[in-house]
Ligand binder design. Sequence first.
Ligand SMILES: CC(C)(COP(=O)(O)OP(=O)(O)OC[C@H]1O[C@@H](n2cnc3c(N)ncnc32)[C@H](O)[C@@H]1OP(=O)(O)O)[C@@H](O)C(=O)NCCC(=O)NCCS
Length: 356
Amino acid sequence: MALHVRPVADGDIASVIALWGAAGLTVPHNDPFADIKFCRSSSNAEILLGIDGQELVATVMVGHDGHRGWYYYVGVDPRLQTGGLGREIMSAAEEWLKERGVGKAQLMIRSANTKVKDFYKRLGYVEEDRLVMAKRFAPVPDWQNGQVETIVLHLEMLSRPDREPAQPPEIGKRIVLERMTIPSVRFYRFLYDGVGGNWTWVSRRIMDDDTLAATLSRAGAEYYLLSVDGEPAGFCELERSENGKDVELSYFGLLPGFIGIGIGRYFIDAAIDLAWQPETKRVWVHTCDLDHPRALGNYRRAGFVPYAREVEILPDPRLAGLPLPPRSSERGHAPNSLFRDHAAAEELPLADGAAR
Ligand SMILES: CC(C)(COP(=O)(O)OP(=O)(O)OC[C@H]1O[C@@H](n2cnc3c(N)ncnc32)[C@H](O)[C@@H]1OP(=O)(O)O)[C@@H](O)C(=O)NCCC(=O)NCCS
């Protein structure tokens, strides 16, 4: 396979981190986003990408410290390993160092990664009698075992809102909200990844296609597509209990190009109208401190009332190549004063399982 090798560019970050995750190169004590950013800020280092067609298949982080060359994040797409790509990307990294006058390069192998030693031996690297010592200057990042902690707020409404049914706003465009039969995995991924890409919607993103297909066809799930002039603009998902009394608004959101055009208010009200059927007694929703900063305000304005908080462990979004958005505390809020605009929410019990 003839590999095209080029330096990493802005649009590559998600696929680079996805490849690192798949190749087992991401570890709890290294934040790959920070590592990429730091490497790119140096004029003595580069992340080289091996591209086959349009696809990223191999990476190496290469650099020198003014004396020796170093390699990190040497990885090949697991589906393509042992096909010569590792050799090719390493050869490109060696050229990169030689062009800069570096006479010798070295690398470290984690003790658990025994088999990779033979790969480097085949490429001419030899084991040297050195003891590696290290000291960490920066705190270990918030990147623990592939999980992040988040504070989840649960909100509910116990009666249908006292207002007229929601009507699409007059914005000079045709706004349609209609039920989808079970969406295809592909279309659902388009909606889910598009709406939740910036807001840690990760649990379904990391599902394989078969698991996602089974999840989408579960009993009680309903899907609604919002379109504007025929183009998908957002979606919502409801989960109705077997007796129909309890309905969760499980997913709700607009695609990025449709935020701020004046349809959000209508959309949440219309989703609530769809949730309320004659037998419905309660509609509930949850939001967390990694969600869109305005999510909570929108739900409250629409009539939801907070009733419990809980700490939830989510799969780390970075495993799916997503950045971790700043938490509410990092958006200028005091630590633990999540949802500070809503003092009443602060008084809520911190429950282990808030679903009723
Ligand atoms: C290590 C890695 C980059 C090698 O890439 P690759 O595409 O599988 O390797 P290649 O096919 O280019 O192999 C090059 C040579 O090494 C040999 N080789 C590769 N892996 C080997 C292994 N585990 N044991 C023995 N030889 C091995 C190949 O047989 C080949 O030999 P040849 O060219 O003389 O016939 C890839 O396996 C990988 O991404 N692993 C997971 C991530 C990782 O461990 N990275 C290293 C961190 S230090």
